[in-house]
Design a binder for this molecule. Structure first.
Ligand code: NAD
Ligand code: UGA
Length: 438
């Protein structure tokens, strides 16, 4: 049993701490946000992540998992301190390291025994060395025996526990092989490949992975736009490409583009790093531009069908950046809604989990109780997130409720021909409207 402190109880920290406790370690999760910790201690999760509440409860009950806002208490006796705080975009697109700095300083201030500091936050190449400097500087003349290991996290929101427990790989980067091996011990029971590299390489693996996945999505969206003009169907193009084992099926679903708390900020941060170091990130720039354009295309399609959007009622189904999460950070729905409001449209919306987060963000849209309330009186319905709950709607009822039966299926979730058969005008992404008889 190892003693672990996880700093930050967001999507990554809370899942990491809980899963390490479940693997038999003694874990204290530390956060500066008192209300967050007090809610967790009351059994209320600060985020929606399937299976998390139950796993937290089990491990708290077993006595292996506790939560604290007191760094001295949380770090006392910890052999490992995982930094899992946010690294949002700064003004120029760079990663803002203020929370990583405060976490490193809190380790420097509260630890007086040998410790391995592990960077799980996604941080620019070179940050591991920087964290070492921050801790040394903060200690002044007082020595501390510590090493920094980079251990980027690859979990996805919505399947975070499963991703943590069944990783494709664990990456560990350090200048101290012994420290990396100690961290490797924590992951041995997961029986996955463990890649040990130097610090900077590990940090780059994380950015390169996210940027590559975002590139695949932008690539298929560019192909989708061509398919619309050329009469091909991108869904079958993806399938046909994916059977090639060199390509694979994952991350080839065309839609409204990628959002979330990570791809947008990480692609931006990688491009920023490139410019800062004198290289030209032209592919990354194009990947971001294609993504922005994918949202604008919703407006073009609606204008084509409805003319001016001024005073038109547009219903949006799904607000989270993808299904099974309440996270709306950089969600495609947000930009679509902003563009609609700029056009003078009246917007109604519903999401199974993200309503609380949406309430805090929008005062000018009507948040509804269910998809039917969204459809009631609408001139168009836009599907922004492919929640399971939206797969089997009562479309006969929706058709009757809408002022105009127009659907823009931004995730290719529904059967175009069936909807057209019911009298809807249907637009998907990347399949030609002419080919379907319009
Ligand atoms: P988050 O914003 O959900 O949570 C961060 C938490 O850290 C907050 O609760 C905040 O109060 C806390 N915090 C900030 N400073 C602190 C300090 N000094 N001491 C203690 N707590 C502090 O963040 P997240 O989504 O979990 O992301 C964390 C990092 O992991 C980011 O770098 C992100 O890029 C990376 N990452 C995220 C995901 C994901 O799916 N969200 C996946 C892989 C990697
Ligand atoms: C992503 C990565 O998949 C994780 O490996 C990584 O750890 C994480 O970022 C991170 O660094 O935070 P996540 O943001 O949770 O995970 O979500 P994804 O499932 O990757 O989806 C990202 C976005 O791409 C979503 O908006 C999704 O709708 C979109 N997407 C994904 C598509 O439009 N098409 C696809 O084929 C796949």
């Amino acid at each position: 049993m190892s003693k672990i402190c996880v700093i930050g109880t967001g999507y990554v920290g809370l899942v990491t701490g809980t899963c390490f406790a479940d693997l038999g370690n003694r874990v204290v999760c530390l956060d500066v946000d008192e209300s967050r910790i007090s809610r967790i201690n009351d059994g209320v999760m600060p985020i929606y992540e399937p299976g998390l509440e139950q796993l937290v409860e089990q491990n708290v009950h077993s006595g292996r998992l506790t939560f604290s806002t007191n760094p001295q208490e949380a770090l006392a006796n910890a052999e490992f301190a995982f930094i899992a705080v946010g690294t949002p975009s700064g003004v120029d697109g760079e990663a803002d390291l203020q929370y990583v700095r405060s976490a490193a300083e809190s380790i420097a201030d509260n630890v007086d025994h040998p410790i391995v500091v592990i960077n799980k936050s996604t941080v620019p190449v070179g940050t591991g060395d920087w964290v070492t400097d921050v801790i040394k500087k903060r200690r002044g003349g007082t020595p501390l025996e510590f090493s920094v290991v980079s251990n980027p996290e690859f979990l996805r929101e919505g399947s975070a526990i499963n991703d943590f427990m069944n990783p494709d790989r664990v990456v560990l980067g350090s200048t101290n092989r012994e420290a990396a091996n100690q961290v490797a011990q924590l992951y041995l029971t997961l029986r996955c490949p463990i890649l040990v590299t130097d610090l900077r390489t590990a940090e780059m693996i994380k950015y390169a992975s996210n940027a590559f996945l975002a590139t695949r999505v932008s690539f298929i969206n560019e192909i989708a736009n061509m398919c619309e003009e050329l009469g091909a169907d991108v869904r079958e193009v993806s399938l046909g490409m994916g059977y090639d084992r060199r390509i694979g099926h994952a991350f080839l679903d065309a839609g409204l583009g990628w959002g979330g708390s990570c791809f947008p900020k990480d692609v931006k941060a990688l491009a920023h790093m490139a410019v800062l170091h004198g290289t030209h990130p032209q592919l990354l720039q194009a990947v971001m531009e294609i993504n922005r354009n994918q949202r604008r295309r919703v407006i073009f399609k609606l204008r084509k069908a409805l003319g001016s959007l001024n005073d038109k009622v547009v219903g949006v189904l799904g607000l989270s950046f993808k299904p099974n999460t309440d996270d709306i950070r950089e969600a495609p729905s947000l930009e679509v809604i902003h563009l609609l409001l700029n056009e003078g449209a009246i917007v109604k919306a519903y999401d199974p989990q993200a309503m609380e987060n949406a309430k805090a963000m929008f005062s000018r849209i009507t948040l509804c109780e269910n998809p039917y309330e969204v459809a009631d009186g609408a001139d168009a319905l836009v599907l922004a997130t492919e929640w399971n709950e939206f797969k089997q709607l009562d479309f006969e009822r929706i058709c009757q409720l809408m002022r105009r039966p127009l659907i823009l299926d931004g995730r290719n979730l529904w059967d175009a021909n069936a909807l057209r058969g019911m009298g809807f005008t249907y637009y998907g992404v990347g399949h030609s409207t002419q080919a379907n008889g319009e």
